[in-house]
Design a protein around this ligand. Structure first.
Ligand code: GLU
Ligand code: MG
Length: 433
């Protein structure tokens, strides 16, 4: 297609929505430092359009400063072009804005670095391809693979062109559900890529007359679309430090403390990582998502899973973990940042896991669960937000203002949807994600 190429400078916001302003691509270099103007209250625009009560009102100015490393420009057939770069939200004096989700992750990465650690991650994402005929018996089925037509190939080509290395693509268990995995990257890049991948998937689908939705749950009775964050810790030189053969499950003391920091804060974390009203239709037992505050060994229902190592002998480099209580209603930056901040609190406390589960917590007695501090994850967004409100480590990590506006935004969203039954809620979110 011919035209004046545009590029949108965007932030992935509290609502997990990608918003910004477009400029001519040729002006990008000139805008590298000055970016484009932005407004604090934009952060209060919910995924549903309505704007949550904003402490800033119509006042204040910020700007979006693009990170040119995140520039994606991919054409998908004649029909669609994905052209955007991610940006940091900045104060006019050039300081990062305290409520920028990407800034929140950057601060978490810096705090990790102060402890001599780095984190690599890979986001595994599920989505529904609307327009692909639903049939039972689809999971992993070649027939379901064929029915998505050219989507997978077009999608993978576009990912590669965007500098993202795809790994696997498969039909999943849910209605018209597919899953994509990509290679791991440093924390910030991994979160950037999660945003980029969703946009590319949506565009690839649209270019073929389909629609990709990353909504947490397509229908109340269906399994959900999870976002599983695979992660591992490394020292400053990039040497993995998750494994210690002398310790239970091969978990190094560092990894164990980090995992326990996450585990202890799972209930408030959900407010940030499973951030839709319908997220809680997914986080129930027997849906292969996550339902309890547990770290489980090779268990796909654990909130945090210790993943298998496929080649014996490669534990030192391959042992890694997976945060499963997340979905695409969360900004990937906020999600990964929150997981890191929670992990850091465990590191600082030299925390120890009460147990690593090897069986379903649902089969344990109440007393056994209590002994291991295994609790249900919140059963609603409202409950998760109450947990976040009283969580000191996450409040401190977010900073007072960000913590407050996040709660205000999401509580407003809870109210907005309160009148709708779960089916209508699912329909609403399916349009938005
Ligand atoms: N669909 C499941 C979820 O909601 C995940 C299935 C799997 O990949 O283990 O998280
Ligand atoms: Mg899956």
């Amino acid at each position: 297609m011919s035209g004046d190429p545009l590029v949108m400078l965007c932030t992935c916001d509290i609502a997990g929505q990608v918003r910004g302003k477009a400029i001519p691509l040729r002006a990008l270099e000139r805008r590298r430092e000055i970016g484009v103007g932005w407004t604090p209250t934009n952060l209060m625009i919910t995924a549903h359009g309505a704007i949550a009560p904003s402490p800033w009102g119509s006042r204040g100015d910020l700007y979006l400063r693009p990170d040119l490393e995140t520039l994606v420009r991919v054409e998908l057939g004649e029909e669609r072009v994905v052209s955007f770069a991610l940006a940091d939200v900045m104060e006019l004096d050039g300081r990062p804005w305290s409520c920028c989700p990407r800034g929140f992750l950057k601060r978490a990465v810096a705090a990790l670095d102060e402890r001599g650690l780095r984190l690599r991650a890979a986001f595994e994402q599920e989505f529904a391809l609307l327009g692909v005929e639903e049939r039972p018996n689809s999971p992993y089925n070649l027939d379901a693979f064929r029915r998505q037509g050219w989507f997978g190939e077009r999608f993978f080509a576009a990912l590669r062109e965007a500098g993202i290395e795809p790994d696997t693509f498969m039909p999943e268990y849910g209605p018209a559900q597919y899953e994509v995995t990509i290679h791991h990257a440093e924390a910030l890049r991994a979160a950037d890529q999660a945003v980029q991948l969703r946009e590319i998937a949506r565009a690839a689908a649209e270019s073929l007359g389909l629609r990709a939705t990353f909504t947490p749950v397509l229908r109340p009775d269906a399994v959900g679309n999870g976002v599983h964050v695979h992660f591992s810790l490394m020292d400053r030189d990039g040497r993995p430090c998750n494994f210690d053969p002398a310790r239970p499950f091969g978990l190094s003391a560092t990894a164990e403390a980090f995992l326990e920091g996450i585990r202890r804060h799972l209930r408030p974390l959900c407010a940030l990582t499973a951030a839709a009203v319908t997220s809680y239709l997914r986080l129930v037992p027997n849906r292969w998502s996550a339902a309890w505050t547990n770290v489980g060994h090779q268990d796909r229902e654990a909130a945090v899973r210790i993943c298998p190592v496929f080649r014996p002998g490669s534990e030192a480099s391959a042992l890694h973990f997976e945060y499963r209580a997340a979905d695409a209603a969360a900004s990937p930056h906020l999600l990964l940042g929150a997981v890191i901040w929670a992990g850091l609190s465990g590191l600082d406390a030299e925390a120890r896991l009460p147990t690593v589960t090897t069986r379903d917590p649902a089969d344990m007695s109440e007393e056994q669960r209590a002994r291991h501090d295994i609790r249900r994850l919140p059963t609603s967004l409202a409950e998760a937000l109450d947990e976040l409100e009283s969580c000191t480590p996450l409040r401190e990590a977010m900073g007072e203002t960000f913590h407050q506006v996040y709660l205000a935004h999401k509580r407003f969203e809870v109210e907005l949807l309160a009148e709708l039954d779960p089916l209508r809620q699912c329909e609403r979110y399916a349009l938005l994600y």
